[in-house]
Design a protein around this ligand. Structure first.
Ligand code: HEM
Length: 521
């Protein structure tokens, strides 16, 4: 009677299975009570998502209930701002994600992936090692973001970085705060050990960002626009540069605080989402070696006769099957499981029902992607769902890993480009296989056959074909020198079968669904 459905909130596999059950039972939506006075309308069908997601950002703004804990860290960045400020910043920031800008980041994606490979390779040098696949991927995405946003190389993939450690700590603390009701009031949280750690980590992150922004601003003012731009020769513009130069229609630019908030937002929003997407992609390809091999063939075909084994921007649109695998993985395991909105006006649904003004809506991305009335056999990993024939006539809101409407993900193309480069580069040299038995209790273990040539000669083909043919190749192919077991720390054993068992979650899978959730947005 007091806490309504709150007692059913689970940040576990069980929580997500509960969402599957709800979707199976109600198909479109249902109401949840999280206190006697606080209903939450849960939506999980394109028809019910449409009027809310596509409503103007003023009619259905973000709900403070689910986003408030990020405020001291991300300030008024794009994710949390609202009203006119959000609209102005969204306009100013959109050109920073134009393909012409993103193009220049592809080299960074390639090199960051190479660093991860080199590290895996070194770690495998002595004896087989067990790695958690999520951690290196999170460091990789943080590394690329720091380079693309600040043009700063902290070498965080190879040695500890205080700034990166602070971001990882903040992300973990926000999730923990959400799960502890006693930590919800700000004054209590400030007094707690977690609250003090949060404040310290925030200060470290803000200090770094402010120093970069202020330094660049001083340079810009000292040199003037033209000389400043010429000074960039040899280094492409990063996000900070673009935001410093951005001006709205009245010629007003962004303040240093605004730029810092946006940079902090990109660092947060872009790292664990992309890392989680990549971890799941590796997992799904590991469980389906035939799809993995088809991706590898596609990459080999693309890279054949190339002297430099580097993926370029133009290549990204020539990877149809790999792209289908990425999409299917994002469908089955969306890194952000739900987003929330608060209706400021009555909103009419497709069947004339009305969502009254003031209602909090939780739009379940996970639920929509698992809705059997939209996706036949939703638990099965089938990349061909995204083939051109099969997507004809599909509702654009049936697949929404990046949300949709005015507040959709501004970093979508950045994330897709990075995931393709990492997938292709890893897929080319590394065969990923689920281990036949769990080594350390109930965890998913993926075996990665590292088969990059030791000689460092040019063609990727030999290495790629070695990886594709399966674990027995270790005996057959001299280039395979080592086996690495990559562990994803989730409570699920591959041996028990990928479709029969509950879907696993590597760390970093954000869940905004209160029933399932570890991280609400
Ligand atoms: C696989 C990777 C990613 C996924 C699945 C993802 C997903 C999402 C989703 C679902 C939203 C909507 C949030 C809401 O309505 O509350 C969102 C918003 C946002 N994302 Fe992403 N994202 C990814 C990568 C990125 C990257 C790489 C960046 C930046 C470099 C980024 C920046 C943002 C920002 C700034 C917003 C807020 C946009 C606004 O409200 O106007 N995201 N993202």
């Amino acid at each position: 009677w007091l806490l309504g459905h709150m007692g059913m909130v689970r940040s576990t596999e069980e929580g997500l299975q509960n969402v599957d059950n709800l979707v199976g039972q109600y198909h479109h939506c249902c109401v949840w009570w999280i206190a006697p006075w606080q209903p939450v309308l849960r939506l999980f069908h394109p028809d019910t998502l449409r009027p809310v997601l596509l409503a103007s950002a003023f009619v259905a703004p973000k709900d403070k209930l689910f986003y408030g804990f990020l405020k001291p860290w991300l300030g008024d960045g794009l994710l949390l701002s609202h009203g006119r400020k959000w609209a102005r910043h969204r306009r100013l920031l959109t050109p920073a994600f134009h393909p012409d800008t993103l193009k220049s980041y592809v080299g960074i994606f390639n090199r960051s992936t190479e660093i991860m490979h080199a590290k895996w390779w070194r770690e495998a040098a002595g004896a087989p090692v067990v790695l958690d696949v999520f951690e290196p991927l999170a460091l990789l995405t943080l590394d690329t973001l720091q380079k693309c946003i600040f043009s700063h190389d902290s070498h965080c993939q190879e040695r500890p970085s205080k700034y990166i450690a602070a971001i990882l700590e903040l992300s973990a603390l926000v999730v923990r705060r959400q799960q502890r009701l006693l930590h919800h009031p700000d004054w209590l949280y400030r007094l707690s050990a977690d609250g003090r750690r949060f404040a310290r980590a925030c200060a470290a992150v803000h200090g770094f960002t402010a120093a970069v922004v202020q330094h660049r601003r001083r340079e810009l003012e000292r040199l003037g626009h033209q000389a400043w731009l010429e000074g960039h020769q040899g280094r492409s513009m990063d996000f900070i540069d673009l935001l410093l130069l951005a001006k709205d229609e009245d010629g007003r630019d962004l303040s240093d605080e605004d730029i810092s908030a946006e940079a902090d937002t990109f660092m947060f929003e872009g790292h664990d989402t992309t890392a989680s997407g990549l971890a799941w992609l590796l997992y799904n390809l590991a469980c389906h070696p035939h799809h993995q091999e088809r991706c590898r063939q596609e990459v080999r075909e693309l890279l054949k006769d190339r002297e430099v084994e580097e993926i370029e921007w133009e290549d990204l649109s020539h990877l149809p099957f790999t792209t289908m695998c990425i999409k299917e993985s994002l469908r089955l395991h969306p890194p952000v499981t739900a987003v929330s909105r608060r209706c400021t006006k009555d909103i009419t649904l497709h069947d004339s029902h009305v969502i009254p003004s003031g209602t909090t809506c939780l739009l379940s991305i996970y639920g929509t992607h698992h809705n059997p009335s939209i996706w036949p056999e939703p638990q099965v990993f089938d990349p061909l769902r995204f083939s051109p024939e099969n997507t004809q006539g599909q509702s654009p809101l049936a697949f929404v890993p990046f949300s949709a409407g005015p507040r959709n993900c501004i970093g979508r193309s950045f994330a897709m480009a990075e995931m393709k480069v990492v997938a292709v580069t890893v897929g080319c040299f590394v065969g990923v296989f689920p281990l036949s038995r769990a080594l350390e209790g109930p965890r998913v273990l993926l075996k990665v056959l590292l088969c990059r040539r030791l000689s460092g000669s040019g063609a990727p083909g030999a290495a790629a074909s070695a990886a594709g043919a399966g674990p027995q190749l270790q005996e057959l192919h001299p280039q395979i020198s080592q086996v690495i077991a990559v562990a994803s720390s989730v409570a699920f054993s591959v041996e028990s079968g990928s479709s029969a068992a509950p879907p696993p979650r590597p760390r970093g899978h954000r869940s905004g669904d209160p029933r399932a959730g570890s991280f609400s947005r």
